[in-house]
Write a protein that binds this ligand. Sequence first.
Ligand SMILES: [Zn+2]
Length: 490
Amino acid sequence: MFVSRVPLAALLIASSAAAAPGRRVTVDVPPVATPAGPLSHTIVLERCTGNCTVTNGGTNAIGMMSSIPQGTGPFTIREFKDSMGQTGVAADAEWNAIVTCVREVYSPFDVTVTDTRPVGGTTYHLAIVAGVPQEAGLPADILGIAPLAGDCSAQDNVISFSFANTHPTTSRVLNICWTVAQESAHAFGLDHEFMFFDGKSSCSDPMTYRMDCGGQRFFRNKGAQCGEFAAKPACKCTPSQNSHAKLLEVFGPGTPITPPPTSVITFPQPDATALGASVGARAGSQRGITKVELLINGFVWATVPGAAIGGNGQPNPGDYQISVPASVPKSIVDLVVRATDDLGTSTDSAQITVTNGAPCTDASVCAEFQNCENGRCLWDPPIGELGDECKYTEFCKSNLCVDTSAGKLCSEPCEPGSDSCPMDLACVQASPGAGVCLPKGDAGCCETGTGGASPWIHGGFAALVIGLVGRRRRSGSRMVGRCQRSSPGA
Ligand SMILES: [Zn+2]
């Protein structure tokens, strides 16, 4: 089914780097036969050297057959041209850049992206990256088109079309890469995304139509509402979509070939005798970073989100300033800045040591539950497992201690609307796009745990009072939930 034409307004807000007017559409095809056969983990990018011939008598990538071209075939799809209109060897540089880009985008998954077809009857996904839509009997504004199964299962041995020769010359490699990633992923069961759960545009993911940001688009490990020009009530087959998680489900994990984040502290200088109001860092990565954290003596004290993604992606590296909380004790501080991407890959800066006032001599100047060791205020290494009672954040291995009606318990961060919590736990929203894992299906408050079962399971969370347990100075007041477990220690 073709979707409606891109409104002009949507095009005008695009930066030049992101501009790619036209449609990247899907064709609904029946659900994949059950049981589905094995799915090839190979994506072949076909530049149609000497032109391709496609027939529409069936669906078979090896046999160059597809149900997508309209009219009476055979259809001649003309060879890939670069932005100068060149073909053949002259177009190699741009072609190779596109292959590299698609390879990078698919690298977190167990997928091989190649421009050489396997031989001997081995199946593959064929991504035709050539021609213009009219050559396949399609309207001139179609940039790409692919089949999407009715049950969103992955289809083997089908063709997706990315009409390279109709793409604009601006930022052409990234634009074609975006189309190829989206069209091939439709064949693997992915829908279009409109907005992430945190309210941000899905413009940084190839499954988008949106052009309010640009740069290289990666399959994001973020839950999203689907839609082309507005959020739809649900995705085609699921309430929401996380394109990274979905492809992980289809293919399993690969090894990202884009470099991990970088992080360097820019101020204060090593061995400074004062810790100012903020710590500076330069951090970034090719796929972007989602957060930058300030660690003091090994513990996270402050977090800032990754920079906004603009027309050319996120600054890499970008400059970050992290405010130092006023509650940081006067002591020697070992500073590290950690940059993390949406896949959870993180990089720590080199450590620098600063004397914040004076070395501590005993715990009286330190934060609650901290000790003074070697002039440094620090907590004991975290030992709290998920569901353990906690008195402070740093006790939990997850660095998350939440106030619940059953008391304070170590939890885990999660993404609302996703299935990212361990068994028996559900993700409860704490702020837009961020949640904590809590037991699901618990009824009533303050029931007594039985048989020594974990209060985590029996504590009763129906009337939840969720609060993230903050850091306090010594003698700080204790946050409590609305009710306490009736059998402490159960
Ligand atoms: Zn599409």
